[in-house]
Design a protein around this ligand. Structure first.
Ligand code: ADP
Length: 403
């Protein structure tokens, strides 16, 4: 790396998509952002926005066969703006990797041994780790000389005490199959809990925060003095809160019942719980905007779905208040948490005895900045803190290659 290398490319490779951002680490400026969708289909789409050049979004449609072709197309778009992967200003590539198991609790420079270990974790993250691996291998082939860093979604949760991480099942069986609670969205929980402390004018070590990451996927975490002590997702991202298409917590016996009584296969149950449950299963919509619109029109199914979503959220706020003992702040983040004022209002309603309240006029303000929405008298700060997983990945990557 040269002294002028101050840029980091962040790659988030999903099963059929690649999201990317090129970030200047001097000040966190986005130089270019984009997304390749529907990789492997005839109708792939690349949307690229060259922010540095002040250019408009460029969209290209047409078959992109695989991740290799997708990354080459991204590289060509970047090169067209003078931001190509061969630029000496590029310091590193930071990859989001979903599952780091027990081994990876820190961002890690990727070598062959690291690749092998990410591969060894495929059985516990069958949907995510293979796509992450493909993205890494393709990027390595394009710039073999450049440091590539893996930033793991599970890492922030590695500090959970054993009694929070272990399921109460037979220890030998659990250990033989690496069954335990790992947690996900860790990059976001880390970033948001730190930002919340900053909003309160405190060091992260001084505050206890409940972070509610409510996107299409959703998770809660209890963060004590900057360290995660519990989180709602488990072995996989299926556990915990009601999500856009995932059930979150259910009695595990529901799965036996679906098999024995409804005659469903394991794969069918997997699809049911991950893709056809949660808000979409309850009311046919997973977008909170649409659900609120239907509620305003008097739609009872949408209202029940909303109530179930809020009830679960409230239970986690209560549980994590007990886990933390003292709560300094509750922070809402991600698509729903940052934008859906009715969700924030309903989740905190009735928790005044716990020191939590939302001020209606503060809650109604729309902004991209971290902000308090609790009234001055409230003992617990309730905050909206926009997440920025890409910046967090870039910062962790840059810090590691400059260490
Ligand atoms: P993910 O990264 O998990 O795909 P996001 O964090 O981008 O999800 O959140 C997407 C969700 O945010 C949407 O499905 C929608 O429910 C919700 N959302 C986005 N904008 C708004 C809005 N203005 N009002 C209410 N909900 C919103």
């Amino acid at each position: 790396m040269t002294a002028t290398a101050t840029r980091v490319l962040v790659l988030n490779s999903g099963s059929s998509s690649v999201k990317y951002q090129l970030i200047d680490m001097n000040d966190g400026t986005r130089l270019a952002v984009g997304l390749v969708e529907r990789i492997g289909e005839q109708t792939s789409r690349l949307a690229h926005t060259p922010l540095a050049a002040g250019g408009d979004k460029r969209e290209t449609e047409g078959a992109i066969a695989d991740h290799d072709a997708a990354l080459k197309a991204v590289a060509a778009e970047l090169a067209a703006d003078g931001l190509g992967l061969d630029s000496p200003q590029l310091a590193a590539i930071g990859h989001r990797v979903v599952h780091g198991g027990l081994k990876f609790t820190e961002p890690t420079v990727i070598d062959d041994a690291v690749l092998k270990e990410i591969e060894r974790l495929v059985p516990v993250a069958p949907l995510h780790n293979p796509a992450n691996l493909t993205g890494i291998r393709t990027a390595q082939a394009m710039r073999p000389d450049l440091p590539q860093v893996a930033v793991f979604d599970t890492a922030f949760h590695a500090t959970m005490p054993e009694y929070a991480a272990r399921y109460a099942i037979d220890v030998e069986t659990a250990d033989a199959h690496r069954i335990r609670r790992y947690g996900f969205h860790g990059t976001s929980h880390a970033y948001v809990s730190r930002k919340t402390a900053a909003l309160l004018g405190k060091d992260p070590s001084e505050v206890n925060v409940i972070v509610l990451h409510l996107g299409n996927g959703a998770s809660a975490s209890a963060v004590a003095g900057g360290r995660c002590v519990d989180t709602s997702m488990g072995l996989t991202p299926l556990e915990g809160l009601v999500m856009g298409t995932r059930s979150g917590d259910i009695d595990p016996a529901v799965t036996f019942h679906l098999k024995r009584v409804a005659g469903m296969s394991t794969d069918e149950i997997d699809v049911l719980l991950n893709k056809k449950s949660g808000l979409i299963g309850l009311c046919g919509d997973n977008d909170m905007r649409e659900i609120r619109r239907r509620i305003d029109e008097g739609d009872e199914r949408a209202e029940l779905a909303f109530d179930i979503y809020i009830h679960r959220l409230k239970k986690y706020i209560g549980a994590y208040s007990a886990v933390l003992g003292r709560v300094d702040a509750v922070a809402f983040t991600a698509g729903v948490g940052e934008n859906a004022a009715p969700v924030r209002e309903a989740a905190v309603a009735g928790l005044e005895e716990m020191g939590m309240a939302v001020d209606a006029s503060l809650n109604a303000i729309r902004s991209d900045e971290p902000r308090l929405i609790s009234p001055e008298y409230a003992r617990v700060a309730v905050a909206v803190v926009p997440t920025d997983e890409e910046l967090e990945i870039a910062q962790q990557t840059y810090a590691l290659v400059n260490a």
